[in-house]
Design a protein around this ligand. Structure first.
Ligand code: ZN
Length: 446
């Protein structure tokens, strides 16, 4: 097995964090009146126009004169732009600035190699705009309404009783976005809280699969994502129906709404399933080990390197497009903040060969996995569900490459120096303690 460059790393380890500052978002459906609905739709349209215009300016400036245009330059030209096209002033100025900031961040992500080149925004796709300054809006929680610039008071629906969301901490920003035929407000709050106690429970490995969404090393299957065959057929039918309608007609707009509603129902269901699964994982396990499925790694693991060329590059690319980009990034994002929230450790390991290696004897061979669902070791004959086997490997990888643990208070004392003992000494002690415990628990090998 070729050595991987970065086999495992800890994304979050609770002992090192003393006070946690967490950004938590709450999403509410907005109840807009007719005037507000038009205004919100127009604002989103203006922000989309500005995004596309600013993106074009950046692209052209670079391709013509190798001149790079930054945020400050573009924001400075906003007033001039309003002179040429007065309708741009219909949108709140802060939202326009925020659009330019978002574009700037998209470019920074591109330059840093984290994302691909920013693309033009399309009508009806991911319409959104943000109010970044808390001075600009008022949240009336008791009245379940927010006051937004140019829109006035807008009511939102919150659940009743224990299902109602309670805002906590300092409100930072509000993002308004469209999903299906409804508009939503995401209210972002900054919460300060004491570091949670570390969850005292065994570690778990999680395999993110396509057929069965998440399989743990204990053999649990957590959530089924994506669409069923019937739903895929229904989606195709709705898409065909929309394509057949005359462009710009009322019927086309009705068909578009039907398709958007269907897609938003699917995505709501998926979001709910992911939330339940990630909460369960982070709340009940001391360490959660996942595959490192960052965008860059996904493509790299498929293409491979000169020394270790990848297989199934094309099939893998299709897979990436299908599922990974949508759900896996979201799972990772939720695990990151929930592990911080509940006090468990999140570890990412290189996913290479985890699905081909035998979790019993360690034999690695592609033929070990005759089908998507079955794993059967050619060396020792160990047979198991393939995802379960992979999850066990992921857990092993995370534990194997995990450095000896020093308890949070011991480490803090070492840093403070109040006990006059060195951190290395404490680490050695903790390591020795752990090793003897491991020796005690080791079972005789048959
Ligand atoms: Zn084996």
């Amino acid at each position: 097995m070729p050595a991987s460059a970065k086999p495992a790393y800890v994304i979050h380890r609770p002992e090192y964090i003393l006070d946690v500052e967490i950004l938590k978002g709450h999403r509410f459906r907005l109840g807009l009146n007719e005037v507000q609905a038009v205004l919100v739709s127009r604002t989103a349209g203006i922000c989309r126009f500005l995004w596309n215009l600013a993106l074009e300016q950046r692209s052209l400036a670079w391709s013509w004169g190798r001149h790079s245009v930054g945020y400050n330059a573009q924001a400075g030209e906003l007033a001039d732009l309003k002179g040429y096209a007065p309708w741009i002033a219909e949108a709140p100025h802060h939202c326009l600035q925020q659009t330019l900031r978002d574009l700037d961040r998209a470019f920074q992500n591109f330059f840093a190699g984290r994302a691909s080149y920013p693309t033009f925004r399309k009508k009806f796709a991911r319409d959104s705009f943000r109010f970044p300054d808390p001075k600009q809006f008022v949240v009336d929680e008791a009245g379940e309404r927010v006051k937004l610039p140019k829109l006035g008071w807008v009511s939102y629906c919150n659940g009743k009783g224990r299902h109602a969301l309670k805002l906590a901490g300092k409100v930072k920003s509000i993002t308004v976005s469209r999903e299906g035929k409804h508009w939503f407000a995401s209210i972002l709050c900054e919460i300060e809280r004491a570091a949670p106690k570390q969850v005292q429970a065994p570690a778990v490995g999680v395999d993110l699969g396509v057929a069965q969404a998440m399989t743990t090393s204990t053999g649990e299957v957590l959530a089924v994502l994506g669409m069923t065959r019937a739903e895929e057929r229904r989606k195709a039918r709705l898409q065909r129906s929309m394509a057949r309608k005359r462009k710009g007609s009322k019927n086309q707009s009705k068909a578009r709404t039907r398709l958007a509603e269907f897609q938003s129902r699917i995505s709501r269901r998926r979001r709910d399933a992911i939330h339940k699964a990630t909460t369960y994982l982070s709340k009940n396990h001391g360490r959660v080990v996942v595959e490192d499925l960052r965008v860059k790694n996904m493509t790299a693991s498929a293409k491979g390197t000169l020394e270790a060329p990848g297989r199934n590059v094309k099939a893998k690319a299709g897979l990436n497009r299908a599922v990974l980009n949508v759900a896996f990034g979201e799972i990772r994002r939720q695990l990151e903040y929930k592990c911080r929230w509940y006090g468990s450790e999140l570890v990412a390991v290189n996913p290479a060969y985890t699905s081909q290696r035998c979790s019993e004897c360690g034999h690695t061979e592609a033929a070990n996995r005759p089908s998507q669902a079955v794993f059967c070791c050619l060396k020792c004959g160990h047979a198991e569900n393939a995802d379960h086997n992979a999850a066990k490997n992921i857990l092993k990888e995370g534990s194997r490459l995990h450095e000896p643990k020093v308890s949070g208070s011991a480490r803090q004392r070492a840093i403070d120096g109040s006990h006059g003992r060195s951190a290395a000494g404490l680490a050695a002690k903790a390591c020795g303690g752990k090793a003897s415990a491991a020796r005690r628990s080791r079972k005789p090998v048959a």
